[in-house]
Design a binder for this molecule. Sequence first.
Ligand SMILES: NC(=O)c1ccc[n+]([C@@H]2O[C@H](COP(=O)([O-])OP(=O)(O)OC[C@H]3O[C@@H](n4cnc5c(N)ncnc54)[C@H](OP(=O)(O)O)[C@@H]3O)[C@@H](O)[C@H]2O)c1
Length: 165
Amino acid sequence: MKAIAAVNLKGYIGKGGDLMYSIKEDLAFFARTTKGKALVMGRKTLASLPGGKGLKGRTNIVLSRSMTEAEGAAKEVFVARDVKGLFELLKAQGIADSELFVIGGGEIYSLLLPYCDTLYITRVLSEDEGEVKFPDITPDFILSEGEVMTSGALRYRFDTYVRSR
Ligand SMILES: NC(=O)c1ccc[n+]([C@@H]2O[C@H](COP(=O)([O-])OP(=O)(O)OC[C@H]3O[C@@H](n4cnc5c(N)ncnc54)[C@H](OP(=O)(O)O)[C@@H]3O)[C@@H](O)[C@H]2O)c1
């Protein structure tokens, strides 16, 4: 599976239950990279999406111990109770591991990082303080650094990390 995240220089990804940055080019990258794929996210990240619902044009899976199946159906998501349940759901739905994107938040990136082979990290070149962090990326990943781009007052890079072992 792959993870996709916008992370600043201090490792922060979120604050006040929401994203810290809204970079038009990054939102477009997220949309085209995940279109037609399956997404897995935490219950709090689902709550931060428009209408608190799964994203259109994708299969949405939410990890939650508290959300009922009926609540999940109303929010247009599948619910998995734990990692084992996630893998069972992938199998039952015929979703290949290569088609699955981990889209956050902090708890779920930490939980699923050991299963990821590729990380698409939009590195926002800012040292703002946040509340939720992306986990430390182990030396098992090799970084391909993107060129520095600018969006309004923000500078960022599209970095890719690929697992080497
Ligand atoms: N910058 C980015 O790219 C990016 C991307 C996504 C999110 N974010 C930000 O990240 C923040 C949210 O992250 P977060 O860490 O607070 O929450 P989260 O990871 O989105 O969701 C946490 C919830 O996931 C469920 N969960 C966690 N571990 C589980 C497990 N082992 N099994 C089953 N369910 C499990 C629990 O739900 P229950 O309580 O229901 O059991 C838990 O409360 C927000 O600020 C959001 O905007 C940033």
